[in-house]
Design a protein. Structure first.
Length: 181
């Protein structure tokens, strides 16, 4: 399928209505079609054929972000019956949700650079969990600004990287790169 060269690509927020144990969820189908897809993943212990195995599973089962043109994605939405756009409430009629490229790229870069990011939904974060405002100087996340995650008893410093209204990731940072603001 040919794409129009002048059609803009956006990060669309989508959902997949397949069951959690589906063999081929939508994010895997889209990856085989060479479409850029991101879904926050976490490690989970499962038992298969009597053996315990670690496997990566989506943090939120039906949430995925797809970077493509609307026209190209519409063909996949028609082809995959369980794939749907998430629509904005109160905005325009049938206007799909779009995440700004800069926010999405920043979030993906921070999460992909860490082995074990911790994810939080917006309702899980309380004001007491937001620590001091910091800037990272040097290292993998050079230039990132945000808040430290405050958790009792933790010796690890974690920076909160936010995808507004959707999900927040806490990624580990080296204390020597932290500058207080």
């Amino acid at each position: 399928m040919l794409q129009e060269p002048d059609a803009p690509k956006h990060w669309y927020v989508m959902r997949d209505l397949k069951r959690f144990n589906a063999k081929l969820p939508a994010y895997k189908q889209l990856q085989t079609e060479d479409v850029e897809v991101f879904t926050p993943m976490r490690w989970k212990l499962t038992v298969k054929l009597g053996k315990r195995m670690r496997e990566k599973v989506p943090f939120i089962q039906d949430l995925l972000f797809v970077h493509d043109t609307r026209k190209h994605l519409d063909a996949f939405v028609e082809k995959i019956p369980t794939l749907q756009y998430r629509y904005q409430k109160g905005g325009g009629y049938c206007e799909p949700m779009i995440v700004p490229d800069s926010d999405m790229d920043r979030f993906i870069y921070a999460v992909n650079g860490m082995d074990l990011p911790r994810y939080y939904l917006p309702e899980e974060l309380t004001p007491s969990m937001f620590g001091r405002k910091i800037r990272i100087i040097g290292g993998y996340l050079d230039g990132y600004e945000g808040y430290l995650l405050t958790t009792r008893g933790s010796r690890v410093k974690r920076l909160l990287v936010d995808l507004p209204n959707w999900i927040t990731a806490a990624v580990e940072v080296n204390p020597e790169f932290i500058q207080l603001l």
